[in-house]
Design a binder for this molecule. Structure first.
Ligand SMILES: [Fe+2]
Ligand SMILES: [Fe+2]
Length: 356
């Protein structure tokens, strides 16, 4: 910003009228606008009425001193006014102290014209720089806030669309099955809740909530004649159904997305049993990834407690009794215990995402 003395108004504060008038005369002659005050109280009134860039103040005045005025300006004008102190020679140490308090400079009486004007010009230049700097950082901060806000929104959109993609993919598989779309949603929430209860981090639990619905995505690859067959399946047909684990894994694995990779692991391992009697690989105990062990508990519970075309829902007690029989054989015993502990939350989710 270019410097123009006419843009700056100066307030001269001194209890000696002659000094006030002298300083005023010198700065007005230089093109500045100026007014005077004979003490701090009058100065405060003038400051309230008009906008000043610079205050030139005596230090020793009756009642309130120039230091009081400086302190007031520092506290109330947020560095938008420059202050120069004027003092007698024997007050030099006080004058130096005022610099620490935020004064831009000091002039020792008696002073000559040039000394005063150089100090005034310097103070106003510095003020302008500080104001520009302040505005620049404010604008920068605003810009950063704006960008951050936009990034957050973009991230939310990406999350939402990612979640929707997963959900629709899962739905595509479930539509061909007797299971419902609500089952896939519940699976996600159950898995997330059980993960949390088992002590997993918030992030991992949320990932399980998002990836859980993909457990049966491989059913896309099972022929309708088998998948929708109303009667009992032959042994051969059951072998075909079992392939949905591996097909799901093949659909989802080797993705750049951690979530789809997690979905792949869940699809591959949700029918493994803790004692090694499950499928497709007959993994046992901790060989089965914990996400698969979690999905196994949640999937069986939701299947048992839901109506299907071929069976009515069991009560929660009946279902849990059956599941407890599988504690340590079908299910990871610790995870089954955790599931029972968080049953109230599970039941609330079951009510919330009830089959339509
Ligand atoms: Fe399955
Ligand atoms: Fe399922």
């Amino acid at each position: 910003m270019t410097f123009n003395s006419a843009d700056h108004k100066i307030l001269v504060v001194d209890d000696e009228a002659a000094i006030c008038e002298l300083i005023k005369h010198l700065v007005v002659h230089e093109g500045y606008e100026a007014s005077t005050a004979s003490g701090v109280d009058e100065a405060l009134e003038k400051l309230a009425d008009d906008e000043y860039s610079l205050v030139i103040s005596d230090i020793n005045m009756p009642h309130k001193s120039g230091i009081d005025l400086l302190e007031y300006l520092q506290n109330n004008y947020d560095k938008r006014i420059a202050v120069l102190m004027v003092t007698a020679i024997d007050d030099r140490s006080v004058a130096i102290k005022t610099l620490e308090m935020g004064a831009y400079g000091y002039i020792i009486k008696p002073f000559d014209r040039n000394e005063l004007l150089i100090n005034v010009a310097n103070a106003l230049h510095r003020l302008q720089l500080e104001i520009d700097n302040y505005r620049y950082s404010e604008e920068l901060e605003e810009l950063i806030n704006e960008r951050t806000e936009k990034l957050k929104l973009a991230e939310l959109e990406v999350r939402a669309s990612r979640e929707e993609t997963i959900y629709r993919l899962a739905k595509a598989a479930e539509f061909r099955d007797n299971e419902t779309a609500q089952h896939t949603i519940r699976m996600g929430y159950f898995c997330g809740t059980l993960a949390k209860e088992a002590g997993m981090s918030d992030d991992l639990s949320e990932s399980l909530r998002l990836a859980g619905p993909l457990h049966d995505v491989g059913k896309i690859g099972i022929p309708d004649t088998i998948l929708l067959k109303p009667g009992k399946l032959t042994a051969e047909e059951f072998e075909t159904i079992k392939k949905h684990s591996e097909i799901g894994y093949r659909i989802l694995s080797d993705s750049k997305s951690d979530l789809l990779n997690l979905g792949a692991v869940i699809a591959y391992t949700h029918h493994e049993k803790f004692d090694g009697s499950g499928y497709p690989r007959g993994l046992a105990g901790s060989e089965i990834p914990v996400s698969g062990r979690i999905a196994a508990v949640c999937d069986v519970f939701d299947a048992l407690t839901s109506d299907r075309v071929y069976k009515a829902a069991m009560t929660v007690d009946e279902s849990l009794a059956i599941m407890k029989e599988g504690r340590g054989s079908h299910f990871d015993p610790h995870l089954l215990d955790c599931f029972i502990k968080c049953l109230p939350q599970i039941m609330a989710l079951k009510m919330k995402f009830v089959d339509g």
